[in-house]
Write a protein that binds this ligand. Structure first.
Ligand code: 5GP
Ligand code: MN
Ligand code: MN
Length: 332
């Protein structure tokens, strides 16, 4: 594991960076990429931003969001060399989606990769790896990094950083939210982040399709006989009928967790390629990351995910059984 000052040195030394994040990008991933890009630009450096999937519409208000390229073929390769590839919030290389081969190619031709992450399940797959599972969001690490570098944050950077922490802590509700988190957030607000405006955009408004997806999912809600595991699912047919994109099903899993007595909530979504995306959330004690790892995924102790190959009903049965067993075994 590298220290944050090693990462800072690389940023200080380099001139041009490729900054990337994960599939189904979220507020932490997008906000961290934009904050780092803006800060690099202020320091006289050039950045290219790429994601393996579209930016959800709730984040389209973020400053400089138009910089993010979602088509790897459009990355201006062959022009100027990159000093490094900076990979944010991406615990395993598979989560880089269609950017993985692009990054492998760059690394093969001598461009180093720097990973900045906070997942307990993160693998040290880059050349320089800074992983802090104690960080509530990668955005906290980016802020600490900018401080180390002596780079000031302005209103635009503060807005992006506020979004990273607000989203990854579920609106400052998860146990990852510490006093140090709030001290950093205080600095974001002092630098000009507008709490009300950001909260409206990110938490209080959703596309109509998201609510239609929620309605369809709630129709499938079931509870285990023990009352500790809740699940919902969306088939490919239903998703196609409603013309849903990935972003429209984000957050549905948390409705299962709201049920009194429920410890683990699951959400199963059949993807276009036939695989099934499983989201895991726990309330108090089940290690969701370890549960997801049984199905090839990972994440955080209270929020994790996996993409599983196979038939929906079979996957559901296996995951529900594992979740009920985890509640029994890990229960106090
Ligand atoms: P979500 O269920 O919202 O997609 O993801 C919740 C958490 O689990 C995120 O922090 C994400 O990093 C992680 N996660 C989601 N899907 C996967 C996956 O397929 N593999 C791994 N390793 N982690 C995932
Ligand atoms: Mn993320
Ligand atoms: Mn994150």
């Amino acid at each position: 594991m590298s220290s944050l000052s090693r990462v800072a040195e690389e940023l200080k030394r380099g001139r041009r960076f490729l900054i990337v994040g994960h599939v189904m990008p979220d507020g932490d991933c997008i906000g961290s990429m934009l904050a780092l890009s803006l800060a690099c630009e202020r320091a006289g450096k050039e950045t290219v931003l790429a994601l393996p999937g579209p930016v959800p519409s709730i984040y389209s208000f973020l400053p400089a969001v138009d910089r993010i390229c979602v088509e790897p073929a459009l990355l201006q390769r062959g022009t100027d060399a990159f000093s490094a590839v900076v990979i944010l919030d991406t615990s395993v290389p598979e989560r880089l989606g269609n950017l993985e081969p692009v990054i492998n190619e760059l690394r093969a031709s001598g461009t180093p990769a720097i990973l900045i992450d906070h997942h307990v399940s993160a693998a040290a797959y880059a050349d320089l790896n800074f992983v802090d599972p104690g960080a509530a969001a990668v955005g906290e690490i980016i802020f600490d990094l900018l401080k180390l570098l002596g780079w000031q944050i302005d209103r635009m950077i503060a807005t992006c950083l506020y979004v990273t922490v607000a989203t990854d802590t579920g609106g400052f509700r998860y146990e990852t939210t510490t006093a140090a988190t709030h001290r950093r957030v205080a600095e974001f607000i002092e630098a000009g982040a507008n709490v009300r405006e950001i909260s409206l955009r990110v938490f209080e408004e959703k596309p109509f399709k998201s609510i239609e997806a929620l309605r369809a999912a709630l129709n499938t809600l079931e509870l285990s006989p023990c009352g500790r595991v809740a699940w919902m699912s969306l088939t490919r047919e239903v998703a196609a009928g409603l013309q849903l994109a990935d972003e429209h099903t984000d957050g549905i899993v948390s409705y299962g967790r709201m049920i009194e007595g429920v410890e683990v909530a699951l959400f199963f979504r059949e993807m276009d390629d036939g695989r099934v995306k499983v989201s895991f959330r726990s309330k108090n004690f089940v290690n969701a990351s370890r549960l997801a790892a049984q199905f090839g995924g990972g994440g955080h102790p209270r929020a994790a995910g996996a993409v599983v190959q196979g038939e929906l009903e079979r996957i559901k049965a296996a995951v529900i059984e594992a979740a009920v067993a985890a509640v029994r075994e890990e229960g106090q």
